[in-house]
Design a protein around this ligand. Structure first.
Ligand SMILES: *Cc1c(COP(=O)(O)O)cnc(C)c1O
Length: 359
């Protein structure tokens, strides 16, 4: 069996142990004689899978009472619309922090829906190379929206802003469960599964229970937190196989020692890469040191020509997914939870070798 060193940004690496377990259960799920893909979402078996995924999410992430975990579809991108549609009344204003392409898209989507949006902080004028530390909190804002990890630019909040009474909403698509967080700081967290949680096709929404009452009655059913939450994420057929895999990934996180242990490994992986970048002039990090992401490590080489060569030669070493996002170029290694330390070590020695031969 061949397993490549997978640095894809998303969909991304999944834990080998999870894939193996899924493989072993594919034809015959726990003696039922069928796969999870083939069973009714109304069956007792699937019910225990989806409720199990919810409760494991609460357990692993330390979600306090008073929150609900929803599984939705449409990716994080549909949440760019769902959040303002559910939580912003006609006269309300929402504050957004713009730290990259995904924040920009969230802002544009809310504006497109005719909502009042204020961009209260932004790092756009410096090419999204840092996370703003001065984030004004306006008491009249319906919520403040942030993007915890900027997948394309390689920045991540070290600390979340203290918003006092103003609800904090976070797109956590690319760093959910990469480290322990205090969920009670947030009123709503959403994340597409395909970076740290499972396959694409499921979006996790963690929402303070009382917000479920805010959804306007005339919203399309599939966008309404009230309806999806009220039906236990089973108003219609949910993405059953993806939810099953999320449950497996959460079990894997638990078996690794939970988020504290996972953070430690993530920091070790990130440090290896950033040390390799900082050790030479050949490689150049693209973001300010205090804003560096432990999930997406971005850097440049002395020329675009060398970057092209780097990507091509990496592939010959079974290293894939290191091409920077098409909007920014350069190199990006996404080192989500499931990327083994061993793969990062292989990448670092390839980087050293490449510099020796091309530097
Ligand atoms: C990948 C990503 C998205 C887009 O997710 P989709 O599930 O493809 O809609 C949004 N925000 C962030 C931070 C991301 O990393």
């Amino acid at each position: 069996m061949k397993r490549i060193h997978n640095f894809n940004a998303g969909p991304a690496a999944l834990p080998l142990e999870v894939l193996q377990e899924v493989q072993s259960e594919l034809l015959d799920y726990q003696g039922e004689g069928l796969s999870v893909m083939e069973m009714s979402h109304r069956s007792a078996t699937f019910d225990s899978i989806i409720r199990g995924a919810e409760s494991l999410m609460k357990e692993v992430m330390g979600i306090p009472d008073g929150y609900r975990v929803l599984f939705m579809q449409g990716g994080a991108t549909l949440q760019f619309a769902a959040v303002p549609l559910n939580l912003l009344g006609e006269t309300d204003t929402a504050d957004y922090v713009n730290t990259g392409s995904w924040s920009t898209k969230a802002i544009k989507e809310a504006q497109k829906l005719g909502k009042n949006v204020r961009v209260v902080a932004s790092s756009e004028e410096e090419g999204f190379t840092y996370i703003p530390t001065e984030i004004p909190v306006n008491e009249d804002a319906a919520y403040l929206h942030i993007t915890s990890n900027n997948t394309i630019f390689g920045t991540q909040y070290a600390n979340y802003p203290d918003t006092g009474n103003v609800p904090l909403i976070c797109d956590m698509s690319s760093d959910i469960n990469c480290r322990p967080i205090d969920v009670s700081q947030f009123d709503l967290i959403y994340a597409g599964a395909q970076k740290n949680m499972g396959p694409s096709g499921v979006t996790i929404v963690i929402i303070r229970e009382e917000w479920l009452d805010k959804s306007p009655k005339n919203l399309p059913t599939m966008l309404s937190y009230n309806i999806i939450g009220g039906k236990g994420s089973m108003y219609n057929t949910p993405p059953t196989f993806g939810i099953y895999m999320i449950k497996k990934v959460l079990e894997w996180m638990k078996a690794r020692g939970g988020l504290q242990a996972i953070e430690q490994i993530n920091r070790e992986k990130a440090e290896l890469l950033y040390n390799a970048i900082d050790a030479t002039e050949f490689y150049r990090g693209t973001v300010k040191a205090d804003s560096r992401s432990i999930m997406n490590v971005t850097f440049r080489l002395p020329s675009e020509e060398l970057e092209k060569q780097f990507i091509a030669e990496a592939a010959r070493h079974d290293i894939i997914g290191v091409k920077g996002h098409r909007s920014v170029g350069g190199i990006r290694a996404s080192i989500y939870n499931a990327v083994p330390l061993e793969s990062v070590k292989v990448l670092v020695s390839f980087m050293n070798e490449f510099e020796r031969t091309h530097g």
